[in-house]
Ligand binder design. Structure first.
Ligand code: AMP
Ligand code: MG
Length: 402
């Protein structure tokens, strides 16, 4: 049996770069950018008006000119119309290119137009107002986004505007999620009172979809030979195998032996924690990792969030270092076993902006209904048995908490 810290250290030691791939930028939301992106031209590419109004030379206004003959209208996308003297202006629309002979835009709200003449109706304007200058945001060949950041909507918009139709992103591991257990039936089947529908694989698959990983799913009966054979096949086709069930002390818990028979090296079995104590972790030829979680849904859920997701985030550098989030215990509780206790908590934000964690223990590892009402696991230190209101501990959120 290993401690939570040892288990985490062993898992995080097993990192491998899966390389990078080019994909269409529209499909890149949520992926990790693996290249720097450059501006292909100045941003903006010319001086532009930020308002609908008239464009003038500021010098004319300074000399007292208030009424201007309208020479024409420039729409966004048009080539600019130059003005030929200080008594002229052009009407200009938002986003349209400013003529080189003008430098200031006065919005329609501050102008009266009659018989082709625009008269400025306010006393003061500023030189260069309402103009977005060429290259002001980024210059041509400047980096607009650096590698190792998650691609979000703002980045997609930037990729579109610099014409990057393909983006280089980190490759994702190929993952298979395997459930085990003779009592488990397909979700379309009406179970007997003694059976349950397989829910863990869907839960794991859903959590991985948040990281753009579309995992395959497989179900195994409680049969050591079949398990070994199927695991052997999966070891050839996947980078990561996530299993649930069959790793405890029961008569039908064949998975640790099947994994070892298939050539997977055990790196640890059992972690000093509750829930999820029977967690088994191993690797095959330094390439495939096997996370075999105990089957109780809350155990699987905890192991996934406490071990697999931090490993994935570390590997994909989704976050350079996982943000450590702590919360204040809002009610005392007692937990005496020599295990690190991950208690489910409901999170609220106090008036002063602190995260407050109210324990909601539920009815053990099988009570996954409780996960719907809670937001995070709070990791309580093993050395202690009594935890007091006001104490601060690390949490592992499994929902958006703020
Ligand atoms: P095991 O770890 O195989 O001993 O399973 C522990 C408990 O978790 C049993 O009550 C199983 O029925 C339940 N269980 C195992 N796998 C799943 C699953 N995929 N979906 C829902 N419950 C499961
Ligand atoms: Mg089982």
């Amino acid at each position: 049996m290993v401690s939570v810290e040892e288990a985490e250290r062993i898992i995080l030691e097993h990192t491998k770069d899966y390389g990078a791939e080019l994909i269409p930028f529209e499909s890149a939301l949520g992926r990790m950018l693996a290249e720097d992106i450059y501006a292909d031209r100045d941003l903006p590419a010319c001086d532009k008006s930020t308002m609908d109004g008239i464009a003038i030379g500021y010098a004319a206004f300074e000399q007292g000119v208030r009424s201007f003959q309208i020479k024409g209208t420039i729409a966004a996308g048009d080539e600019p119309i130059e003005i030929s003297n200080e008594n002229e202006c052009v009407e200009i629309m938002t986003g349209a290119a400013l003529p080189g002979t003008a430098d200031t835009v006065v919005r329609y709200e501050d102008v009266a137009i009659e018989n082709g003449v625009a008269t400025i109706t306010i006393d003061a304007i500023k030189s260069g107002q309402n103009v977005h200058c060429k290259g002001r945001d980024r210059k041509k060949d400047n980096v607009v986004a650096t590698a190792n950041r998650v691609i979000d909507a703002a980045l997609i918009s930037m990729a579109a505007s610099v014409g990057k139709s393909l983006l280089l992103v980190k490759k994702l591991p190929r993952v298979v999620v395997i459930s085990t257990g003779d009592e488990l039936v397909d979700i379309a089947v009406q179970p007997t009172a003694y059976q349950v529908r397989r829910s863990n694989s869907y839960m794991i698959r859903a959590a991985l979809l948040q990281y753009c990983i579309s995992a395959d799913m497989l179900h195994l009966p409680d049969d050591g030979d079949i398990a070994k054979e199927q695991i052997t096949q999966c070891l050839e086709g996947y980078d990561v195998i996530i299993m649930s069930g069959g790793v405890s002390m029961g008569k039908f818990d064949y998975i640790p032996k099947a994994l070892e028979d298939a050539g997977v090296t055990r790196l640890f079995h059992k972690v000093q924690q509750k829930p999820g104590k029977p967690f088994w972790f191993g690797c095959y030829e330094d390439s495939v990792l096997v996370f075999a979680f105990p089957g109780n849904p809350v155990s699987t859920f905890l192991c996934l969030h406490r071990y697999f997701i931090p490993w994935l985030e570390g590997k994909l550098k989704v976050k350079s270092e996982r943000q450590k989030v702590c919360a204040v215990l809002n009610e005392g509780l007692t937990f005496l076993p020599q295990l690190q206790y991950f208690v489910q908590v409901k999170i609220a934000v106090s008036d002063t902006g602190q995260l407050l964690a109210t324990p909601m223990e539920g009815n053990g590892s099988g009570d996954f209904a409780n996960l719907l009402d809670t937001d995070a696991f709070m990791e309580l230190p093993m050395e202690r048995g009594n935890f007091m209101k006001g104490e601060v501990y690390r949490i592992w959120p499994f929902k958006q908490i703020i």
